[in-house]
Ligand binder design. Structure first.
Ligand SMILES: [Zn+2]
Length: 196
């Protein structure tokens, strides 16, 4: 039975780290050849737990650093059906084009919405948990999820790319996440108020 993993929230420092590739025992000769992951049983279990967690939390994508693993892998829901969720290990974007404006949220930043510019067409190469290689080309919403998750693997969050308007729009929510709500601090500093 897959586990529900704890999702790290901004400003946890793990979210700012650049992730390392999932280690392989034998490198492939051709990009289409399978690889042999060192810890393939753990990788398969981690992928299943991440898919389960993503669906329980109502997300469309979840990256390994968000659950505290600095590894280059993410999972993605393509059609809302848990059985069809995809796992991308050591992903590489081979081609991208057709920029569009998106509005994105993130499970590590509850209630924050940020306007982003993404490619609406992406060709991606990655590995499945069994080590088999695959390539996908997609246009529309799915490539936007892939780019959001790959940003996580590079330690980049949507709050790192906010416009001035987005900073103002999300200021209250971000202050709560960062523990900067002044009224709380005043209450703690004034014992009389706490008692009353
Ligand atoms: Zn995210």
């Amino acid at each position: 039975m897959p586990k529900i993993l704890t999702i790290l929230r901004h400003p946890n420092p793990v979210l700012k780290r650049k992730c390392v590739p999932v280690p392989v025992r034998y490198e492939q000769k051709l990009p289409t050849d399978p690889v042999d992951f060192v810890d393939k049983d753990q990788i398969k279990e981690l992928a299943d737990d991440m898919i389960h967690t993503m669906f329980i939390m109502g997300g469309v994508g979840l990256s390994a650093p968000q659950i505290g693993q600095s590894l280059r892998m993410f999972v993605c829901s393509h059609d809302g059906d848990q059985r069809n969720a995809l796992v991308f290990i050591n992903p590489t974007i081979l081609d991208q084009s057709n920029p569009i404006d998106t509005e994105e949220g993130c499970l590590s930043l509850p209630d924050v919405r940020v306007n982003m510019r993404r490619s609406s067409y992406v060709k991606i190469h990655a590995y499945r948990p069994d080590g088999s290689a695959f390539e996908m080309s997609e246009a529309g919403f799915r490539p936007v999820i892939w780019q959001h998750e790959i940003d996580h693997l590079d330690g980049r969050l949507i709050v790192d790319q906010m416009s001035e308007a987005d900073k103002i729009r999300n200021r209250h929510t971000l202050n709560l996440l960062l523990g900067k709500r002044r009224s709380n601090r005043r209450t703690i500093r004034n014992p009389k108020k706490v008692a009353s």
